[in-house]
Write a protein that binds this ligand. Sequence first.
Ligand code: GLN
Length: 287
Amino acid sequence: MKKKTLTLSEALKKGENLLRESKVPNARLDAFSLLSFTTQITRTNYYLEPNKELTLAEEHAYWKRIKQRAKRIPLQHITGEQEFMGYTFKVNDKVLIPRQDTEVLVEEALSVLTGSEKILDMCTGSGCIIISLYKLLEEKGLKPEGSFTAVDISKEALKVARENAKRLEAKVTFIESNLFENITDKYDMIVSNPPYIQTKEIEALEAEVKLYDPALALDGGADGLDFYRQIIRDGKKYLNKDGYLLLEIGYDEAEEVMNLLKEENYSKIYMKKDLSGLDRIVGGQLQ
Ligand code: GLN
């Protein structure tokens, strides 16, 4: 006799329960994501046929994924992808998982770009910022004629970023470099989401972030500002006149980062909040 497998709704309930016991935030949502990743079921189809049985292979794969998530492995490391600005990016534990907060940085950049600028993304990680800029300029009909360059200190991160650029057909030049060390050109815009968490705060972050996002992408030194100091000071040598510097910041860093820009004589310094109302972006222009 054929062994009975779980139905979609039984699988969802069982997965949700295990995730809840393991204190995973959003247990039901994550269980559904893993169910839909495993079976390709859409939300609508789930509600149309909740009693459809999983195949045995699906049941095994789903349960394996649920157990990984119960260990607090981020959903994105299990599925291997994260959506950002409407594009799907490959991710692994060598890059920071793209955050929705960072979309504000892309929107800010887009609000001034015309398509002909030379842009540098410092600390690119998965490449999500520079690749989205390329794609969105293209979609706006502004043929990206400028240049798109991205830097990271991590070879492994650059491997992920290069793969993303290839998959999404974005023409980006990637450079392995400790900040500006291997940079020789000048740019019209530098964008960056550098590591900005205070070293002592890392311990207090959610398990998913603390254990699975690369520490290299989080740790901004004792006061969290190490990378801003260097990018703001050295960025001046790599920006053209009137060039923009746009930085993602931690929610409590706006004043200090704006002061750093002032001290280095940037002009038109401003701050922009994210969708949750937290300070998120600081920008300025080189005079
Ligand atoms: N926004 C990330 C977090 O809160 C940190 C990213 C960064 O340090 N650039 O976990």
